[in-house]
Unconditional design. Structure first.
Length: 566
């Protein structure tokens, strides 16, 4: 107690007071210097320059309270940055993070936040007393001496000058360096502004995308009765799929399914739902997403134009962004959670059957958007699927990894069941039919020393983008279009980017040709070609996997699956 009193009386001496604000605000910069893989010069600039600015700001007035209160916005950014570093172990607050908050439903966000208590408490302890202290100083009109202010101004000027020199050196020596990207909190504020701009552009989507047309031509017989289903999974990583070599029997049904083609080496180009799903549902790839997303329509529009009866049936909440826009382009759109909150993915199959029974057209195309294996994992399947137990832990901690994995594996078994039921439903029609399944992205479940959990972090890991990709063809389809089936088998051991190939492949299987389709991306074409791996980063740029955040461990994991990473 005496010790605490001594600390308090020391920091409240007029000579110390103005140093508190710069000290607190520079903590995230120091933390980032430890966590980020940036060059040393960039890190030094990111400490000296902001510290110099903070010290100069602290020297503007002798009123400590005013200084503290003006620093509130910066304290807010510093606090959240520390929470993020705790959660992901690296990276500044990204554009995608702000947009994820905007496009994620509140329940999902609170599920994640409830696992962040420790980080929030740390931030609270670090910054909240400072704020209270500032208010107390303001009320009591506490001031430091003019001499102290001159002191901190002189030192602040020296630190700032050093920071400015380092800044010049960084711009000269480091080709990728910029204040916009490398200096905290400028980068975070710029990311927030970018997120706002993208949100504004998104609200104009209905008008900016209206002129878009797929101009399709149909190669199948106009009178042919046929049905095609595209299932978009959620948070399903191939590592935990038995048909991808996982040691647990998580695919009891699909393992025995006739007509199934499993692609050995798929990766997605984004670890976030709101970017990956629009790429899967459109001709966009990581190269074109940033420029063209506001002007492009989705796969249901393509099938509409080709004369199909289309439906988008989702077991996710509305995200008020491109997934909803693409969903609404279908002739029938159902978000089943609107009326059945908490419904499991097998309900999608009931809605699918209803739609097929009611369809006036012989040509049917349906997108099913599942909730798959999204956290909390144990809420994604029914009791009959509690194969691996215990599975009820929902607190995100490494101690619970065994339970989290049990629940995650149970959710994969449930996904296996849902896909198999979809296949059985269309198989029973005895017509040419095909089903494609892939997941938007994978997941981290405290798999290695990094202790990472969940997905959509600003940098990705291998398990966040290693997704299953498979397709099934009915007997009648294989009889009618044997070359599509045999080409799929021939390409099944090739390296594939799901976000690039799902769209052209789905159209090609349905006999739809369009100027927007490249045969080189179609895995049922003899012209399919492997391309260099790309990843859509936070600035909507297509980067290689090292720039996407892959560490040696990730490259090694990819190699174990014989997946090309360059
Ligand atoms: Zn997702």
């Amino acid at each position: 107690m005496k010790f605490l009193k001594k600390i308090l009386s020391t920091i409240s001496t007029p000579a110390i007071l103005p140093w508190i604000m710069p000290f607190l605000l520079i903590i995230p910069n120091i933390a980032l210097a430890i966590t980020e893989p940036d060059p040393l010069l960039s890190k030094a600039t990111d400490i000296f320059l902001p510290l110099g600015v903070y010290m100069l700001l602290a020297s503007v007035t002798t009123s400590v309270g005013i200084t503290m209160l003006f620093a509130i916005p910066l304290i807010f950014f510093a606090g959240f940055q520390i929470v993020l570093l705790y959660l992901y172990g690296e990276s500044i607050m990204a554009v995608d993070m702000f947009l994820n908050i905007a496009t994620t439903n509140t329940k999902e966000a609170s599920e994640l936040l409830s696992n962040l208590i420790l980080a929030l408490v740390t931030v609270f302890i670090l910054y909240f007393p400072a704020l209270i202290y500032g208010i107390v100083c303001l009320i009591r009109q506490r001031r430091c001496t003019l001499t102290t202010v001159r002191h901190i101004r002189r030192y602040g000027a020296i630190v700032f000058a050093a920071g400015a020199l380092l800044l010049v050196a960084s711009y000269i020596a480091l080709p990728r360096f910029s204040v916009r990207r490398n200096i905290f909190p400028v980068n975070v504020i710029a990311n927030m502004i970018e997120a706002v701009n993208r949100t504004i552009d998104t609200t104009h989507y209905p008008s900016t995308s209206a002129p878009y047309t797929f101009s399709p031509t149909l190669t199948h017989d106009r009178d042919l009765r046929e049905i095609y289903i595209l299932i978009i999974g959620e948070t399903s990583r191939a590592d935990n799929w038995q048909i991808y070599g996982y040691q647990r029997p998580t695919n009891p049904r699909l393992s025995n399914r006739d007509g199934l083609v499993v692609f050995d080496k798929p990766l997605t180009e984004s670890n976030t739902t709101y970017k990956s799903v629009p790429m899967l549902l459109s001709p966009l790839t990581s190269e074109t997403f940033g420029d063209s997303i506001y002007y492009t329509q989705g796969i249901c529009s393509a099938f509409n134009e080709a004369g199909f009866n289309t439906a988008f049936i989702s077991n996710q909440q509305r995200n008020h962004s491109f997934i909803d826009f693409f969903a609404n382009q279908a002739q029938t759109t159902e978000f089943i959670r609107d009326n059945e909150p908490g419904s499991l993915d097998d309900h999608l199959v009931d809605h699918l059957r209803d739609f097929i029974d009611r369809s006036p057209s012989d040509k049917i195309f349906v997108v099913l958007h599942t909730y798959g294996s999204h956290f909390n994992y144990h809420e994604r399947y029914s009791d009959d699927f509690r194969v691996f137990t215990p599975d009820q832990a929902s607190e995100a901690s490494i101690e619970n990894r065994r339970q989290l994995l049990n629940a995650y594996d149970n959710s994969i078994i449930f996904t296996d069941y849902v896909i198999d039921r979809v296949i059985a439903s269309v198989d029973s029609l005895h017509i040419p039919a095909a089903v494609i399944y892939t997941s938007d992205h994978g997941e981290d479940i405290f798999d290695d020393a990094r202790g990472r959990f969940l997905h959509s972090s600003p940098t990705t890991t291998f398990t966040q983008i290693h997704v299953p990709f498979l397709m099934w063809f009915s007997d009648r389809y294989r009889d009618a279009f044997p070359e599509i089936y045999s080409n799929a088998i021939a390409n099944s051991s090739a390296n594939v980017s799901t976000t690039r190939s799902v769209f052209p492949t789905m159209l090609s299987i349905a006999g739809i040709d369009s100027p927007h389709i490249k045969s080189a991306d179609d895995v049922t074409s003899t012209q399919y070609r492997e391309l260099p791996r790309h990843y859509l980063n936070d600035y909507n740029e297509a980067v290689d996997l090292k720039q996407a955040g892959f560490k040696p461990y990730d490259f090694e994991k990819a190699q174990n699956y014989n997946i090309a990473t360059d």
